[in-house]
Write a protein that binds this ligand. Sequence first.
Ligand SMILES: Nc1ncnc2c1ncn2[C@@H]1O[C@H](COP(=O)(O)OP(=O)(O)OP(=O)(O)O)[C@@H](O)[C@H]1O
Ligand code: SF4
Ligand SMILES: [Mg+2]
Length: 382
Amino acid sequence: MAELTKADEPTDATPNVSEVDVADVHSEEEAVAALDAHVDRGEPILQVRNLVKHFPLTQGIVIKRQIGAVKAVDGISFDLYQGETLGIVGESGCGKSTVAKLLMNLEQATAGEIFYKGQDITKLSGKALKAVRRNIQMIFQDPYTSLNPRMTVGDIIGEPFDIHPEVAPKGDRRRKVQELLDVVGLNPEYINRYPHQFSGGQRQRIGIARGLALNPEVIICDEPVSALDVSVQAQVINLMEGLQDEFNLSYIFIAHDLSIVRHISDRVGVMYLGKMAEIGTDEQIYDHPTHPYTQALLSAVPVPDPDARDHRERIILTGDVPSPANPPSGCRFRTRCWKAQDKCAQEVPLLAVPERFKSSDSPAAHESACHFAEEKDVVHAG
Ligand SMILES: Nc1ncnc2c1ncn2[C@@H]1O[C@H](COP(=O)(O)OP(=O)(O)OP(=O)(O)O)[C@@H](O)[C@H]1O
Ligand code: SF4
Ligand SMILES: [Mg+2]
């Protein structure tokens, strides 16, 4: 695969661990967390700042009147670093796909900024936007509906070259598509076949090959394995991990399955009702969550070990997720939170490292949007 840029040597942006004084760190777990806290991840490739997407709610057929808005994404900030995977989890409807579409510029942001290598892509248009979009690609959830059944695999994978002929001039396209088929583990001779002649896992490989065609740096993966059988999920995840190493890709990986997200992610963000509740390394979020919502999510993950199951504390959330058109005041989680107090209705908790953990090396020292953030011993996924 000569023409896709490979991640051969460490670059300036390659994460490296700065010198950390571990003399005072007692357990191996604390040592890992202390190292994580000091990892120099380089410059972020994507910086999302106060991103907002409100979908207008209208009334009337002829004269449409706006009567409100669905606050699908309501002020989200996070960074994505070169070569890392940032997992995003949260219940259905919390705004994960809307974030993905905003990053892809498939939806226009109501407010906020998305910096790609320092340039705000929400303000770009025309040629400048086209050039940036080449570097940010997407893998979709459902390989059964996302591939046009009337196009051959060669045409599907090669379609992005119509928009960016500079990547593969016409005479070179067939060879390039065959290379891509090879990279994702499919027989290059299948180039003239149609999507219905492939299994679900193979179709997702076709989707991945298409995502790679323009040699992007960032790939947004919205539930990329949710529609696949469990046995095939692992193969596709392994393929994605291999490609990440080979081409130094940065992934945003959205999924429901907390175990899969832990497996593939370096860092994880937990969303609730259009907001980021908690964000940190996979160890910080899965083993040391401080936000009650994350604790509740993790306590519901099935545990295969019967001993661990007997000792776990299940946190059952009561009440439904409120409507994003009319979210609760203050903390959005307060209507379902067992720790809620008056302050939670009055003040929006900011996503920040809680004051009490700020000067500690504890793995609890990560960003959490809760006025009363503290660790709780919940049995976590694998
Ligand atoms: N085009 C739209 N118009 C109006 N509301 C929308 C639109 N797209 C999404 N929404 C609403 O925004 C909210 C967030 O939707 P989104 O699809 O981002 O959630 P999600 O976290 O991806 O959910 P799931 O896990 O089910 O895929 C939902 O309440 C949804 O109904
Ligand atoms: S701010 Fe209050 S309601 Fe929100 S998660 Fe923390 S304790 Fe619960
Ligand atoms: Mg979604």
